[in-house]
Design a binder for this molecule. Structure first.
Ligand SMILES: Cc1cc2nc3c(=O)[nH]c(=O)nc-3n(C[C@H](O)[C@H](O)[C@H](O)COP(=O)(O)OP(=O)(O)OC[C@H]3O[C@@H](n4cnc5c(N)ncnc54)[C@H](O)[C@@H]3O)c2cc1C
Length: 443
């Protein structure tokens, strides 16, 4: 049995170790954090993520989907809150199509436990990677008792956006690397359950307070609460920097997010306690050194969270890589470079899509014309299902490669611009004439 090393037991690392074990490898997973069961530490703040079809497919393949589904809440639509507290709605897809809110900590725990339960996986907590021999396929870890070096034949680096293994790639010739912080950062806030334990706003939905240059979102948790995230500029006249105190932040919230603030009785304490975090985009290539070391998940392509695809794309990496190992009969020398070359354009595409979706979420969802455009697309797609899949559905509810989805989305947008420019489109949007006008532009 071949022994391999996985660095980082986060979302992608724990899933990938299950894939490797299923393929018959003996897997050593090294994780910087201490074993949460031994430290007795709670998972901390309840950050949650949107899980969609690409993620589900990857979980399904190693038999994890059912366990995750038990802890996931479907979100069927976006609910937009305007400044006065009025609501508007936008379904995510067709009837019964949903993205799913899952707790990041809960999902990670479930996956690590599943990995550990596998007889061929050994998880070493409290092992922080400090060095890697990327040509040799080994990594070195600092532990409480000194340093240890992995013994496996290859290293799969899933140690996140600030990967220590990738740092060794950066010392090599012809490794491309780009790191970009966007202007916005984020702060998490919490809406507690109502007095009877129920959700205080619509449960099976993703809530958005779009305000042009910034926005607040909320995803449901099973305990009746919501995790909210404020995406806000880090610097400038309207920014985390400028807000300064919790009192000033509360005044700002009263003005911009009044209905959400009303549901956060301890707003000022939360504001003081919860940190402001940055958002980074990482692009690099190649992702492998021969057949010895390969970068996966955020370690190779960290993106902004606005399409809800960071984890989903990392999970898809696992499914795609598994197929490549099948195709190349587990020959790492052959499979690693193909993975890097084939997958990189799709990582770039989802990075671009995610930035574009930020504008859509924070700005366009507040505009009636945008919501009308989406309604027309949905109507056309329902009438001619084989001819049009909305971009959001391509990304979220299909396995169409991201770069293909991006290209198709650009073509669709050009068509919709002509449709939206038609006179009286507000009245005629659902007419056969409009449907025919779209049809005529499809070739
Ligand atoms: C605010 C926010 C919201 C998001 N929302 C979504 C969403 O809705 N949907 C979605 O799909 N994605 C979302 N994402 C993205 C998602 O969180 C990441 O894409 C995903 O966590 C990447 O998984 P990973 O395993 O590659 O990295 P990580 O989850 O970062 O895991 C890396 C692991 O490696 C360990 N590690 C790090 N350094 C070392 C070291 N030196 N030695 C050993 N171990 C190490 C870490 O402790 C960690 O366990 C969001 C991200 C943010 C910031």
């Amino acid at each position: 049995m071949k022994n391999v090393t996985v660095v980082g037991a986060g979302l992608v690392g724990s899933l990938w170790s299950l894939y490797l074990a299923k393929r018959g490898y003996a897997v050593d997973v090294y994780e910087r954090r201490p074993d949460p069961r031994k430290t007795g530490k709670a998972e901390g703040r309840s950050i949650n993520l949107a899980l969609s079809d690409r993620g589900w497919a990857a979980l399904e393949k190693v038999g994890m989907a059912e366990a995750v589904r038990k802890e996931a809440i479907p979100m069927y639509r976006r609910v937009m809150h305007d400044v006065a507290g009025n609501l508007s709605f936008q379904p995510y897809g067709k009837e019964n199509q949903a993205i799913y809110s899952v707790s990041r900590g809960g999902l990670n725990r479930l996956m690590v436990e599943a990995a550990e339960a596998h007889p061929h996986v050994n998880v070493h907590f409290g092992h922080a990677c400090v060095d890697a021999d990327v040509e040799g396929g080994t990594a070195t870890f600092a532990t409480e008792d000194g340093h240890v070096t992995s013994q496996g034949e290859a290293v799969f680096a899933t140690d996140g956006a600030f990967s220590k293994v990738r740092a060794q790639f950066q010392r090599r010739d012809r490794f491309n690397y780009q790191q970009e912080y966007i202007d916005h950062g984020y702060k998490e806030l919490h809406i507690p359950p109502g007095a009877d334990g129920s959700h205080q706003i619509e449960r099976e939905a993703l809530h958005i307070w779009p305000r042009g240059k910034h926005m607040l979102i909320a995803l449901p948790n099973p305990d009746g609460s919501f995790t909210c995230t404020l995406f806000f500029p880090m610097e400038g006249p309207m920014s985390f920097d400028a807000l300064g105190t919790a009192e000033a932040a509360e005044t700002f919230f009263a003005e911009h997010f009044g209905d959400a603030l009303a549901l956060m009785p301890d707003f000022q304490d939360q504001w003081r306690q919860n940190p402001v975090s940055s958002l980074v985009i990482i692009r690099c290539s190649p992702w492998n050194v021969g057949g010895k070391t390969v970068l996966f998940g955020d370690a190779s392509h960290a993106i902004v969270p606005f399409y809800g695809q960071g984890m989903n794309s990392g999970f898809e990496d696992c499914r795609v890589f598994d197929e490549l190992l099948d195709a190349h009969k587990d020959d790492f020398e052959a499979a690693f470079p193909v993975f890097s070359t084939q997958r990189k354009p799709h990582a770039d595409a989802i990075a671009e899509l995610a930035m574009r979706n930020f504008v859509e979420m924070r700005d366009l969802t507040a505009q009636p014309e945008f919501l009308l455009q989406k309604k027309i697309e949905a109507a056309f797609s329902a009438q001619y299902p084989g001819r049009w899949m909305p971009l959001y559905s391509q990304v979220t509810f299909s396995h169409i490669p991201y770069a293909d989805a991006l290209a198709a989305g650009k073509r669709q947008e050009a068509i919709m611009q002509t449709i939206m420019a038609r006179p009286n489109i507000e009245e005629t949007w659902n007419s056969q004439e409009v449907m025919d006008a779209i049809l005529a532009q499809l070739h």
